[in-house]
Design a protein around this ligand. Structure first.
Ligand SMILES: CC(C)(COP(=O)(O)OP(=O)(O)OC[C@H]1O[C@@H](n2cnc3c(N)ncnc32)[C@H](O)[C@@H]1OP(=O)(O)O)[C@@H](O)C(=O)NCCC(=O)NCCS
Length: 341
């Protein structure tokens, strides 16, 4: 799909490969190749499963799919680490306009604490710099000094917690759930889609200059990962949520996962945010999901409160790390959903 910046990246890669394959270490960093996708996915599961101490580490996350879909979005934005040519880790980068973030970053467990993640971070930071992002972030394990120490070395600061929350999907017939909304897949033709993408971009730009999640909306549409819910005021889009639904997406079977959501405007944004959550629940219900999942940074105090009031319970808490050490769009008054997982 998106290939923009390919030349800049290739130029940068020439330098980076020379730099990161130099010296006594045989670790080289370069974009993940198609034939490495399944090994990268295996390492991802093994690494998280081992870190979290689950009984069968390689089976963690079930039929959720991250690596392959993000690779299809842009194969240059997943970096692979190789030791003597063998894949041993990867890092997935995302460019949301002026905001860059990364994750999941994983290294094969038998090779932990040998500096491989650090080697992946060098080209990661160079890629951000080639993108000219103004703000970068990630979410990691709040209770791990190692994780915080690793990212602090690259200028990221631990700030507020991010809660990954869930609620049971209720049938849209219940009173609270009855809300009118549109979907990106239901728009008529390219002209209308382009107009809505622009409105969504204006909404994101209003919370962080240059923030733009258009590629996520387009990927969900083109890769058939779910749908983007649109809350309208007349013909104007005032809120939207990019939802992954079902197996082989970032949601997994039985789940509707809001990858990014935002209700805009000052006055009435809380009510619009509630409508947005209800619309996502409806889309989940229509697609057979039993669980609605969404992450929110706790600095977005009102959004967090609204989610709790709507029945969401926290399943997991991580810490958001930001570079520079500024709130970005993690601040009161921002009715946004994301977790940078
Ligand atoms: C997190 C993970 C990617 C790290 O990979 P790794 O190759 O073991 O990490 P590295 O060896 O490159 O770097 C670890 C750094 O943390 C530092 N560190 C370790 N313990 C620390 C502590 N208590 N305080 C501060 N820093 C610490 C180390 O000193 C090292 O830095 P150095 O290379 O300058 O010495 C890997 O453990 C992993 O895959 N974990 C499971 C999945 C996961 O949690 N991914 C990250 C999600 S955000």
């Amino acid at each position: 799909m998106r290939r923009s910046g390919q030349k800049a990246f290739t130029d940068f890669l020439g330098d980076s490969q020379r730099m990161h394959s130099a010296g006594p270490s045989e670790v080289t960093i370069a974009p993940l190749r198609k034939e490495e996708l399944s090994e990268a996915d295996h390492i991802l599961r093994l690494a998280f499963g081992t870190f979290l101490g689950v009984p069968e580490p390689a089976r963690i996350f079930g039929d959720r799919q991250i690596i392959a879909n993000r690779w299809r979005m842009n194969p240059l934005w997943i970096l692979g680490a190789r030791l003597d040519g063998e894949l041993v880790g990867s890092n997935v980068l995302t460019k949301w306009g002026a905001f860059g973030w990364f994750g999941p970053l994983t290294v094969r467990p038998d090779l932990w604490d040998r500096g491989i993640a650090g080697k992946l971070m060098g080209p990661t930071m160079e890629l951000f710099s080639s993108w000219k992002t103004t703000h970068e972030g990630l979410m990691t394990f709040a209770n791990s000094p190692k994780h915080l120490g690793l990212y602090q070395k690259f200028g990221f600061h631990p700030r507020f917690l991010t809660a990954i929350m869930q609620k049971k999907v209720e049938a849209p017939s219940t009173k609270r759930n009855r809300v009118t909304f549109d979907t990106f897949s239901g728009l008529r033709g390219d002209k209308e889609r382009r107009a809505v993408l622009k409105e969504c971009q204006e909404l994101t730009d209003s919370i962080l200059a240059g923030l733009d999640v258009s590629e996520e909306i387009k990927a969900v549409q083109e890769l058939k990962l779910g749908d983007t819910v649109l809350v309208r005021d007349g013909s104007q889009t005032v809120g939207f949520a990019v939802c992954h639904v079902g197996p082989n997406t970032e949601a997994g079977s039985g789940t509707c996962y809001i990858k990014f959501g935002l209700a805009g405007g000052r006055a009435g944004a809380g009510a619009r945010f509630r409508d947005l959550l209800a619309a996502c629940e409806s889309v989940g219900s229509q697609n057979g999901a039993e669980t609605l999942e969404a992450g929110v940074n706790l600095a977005r105090t009102e959004a967090y409160a609204e989610m709790r009031a709507c029945g969401f319970l926290t399943e997991f808490q991580g810490v958001s790390m930001q570079r520079p050490n500024e709130p970005g769009y993690n601040r009161p008054g921002v009715f946004a959903i994301d977790d940078l997982r």
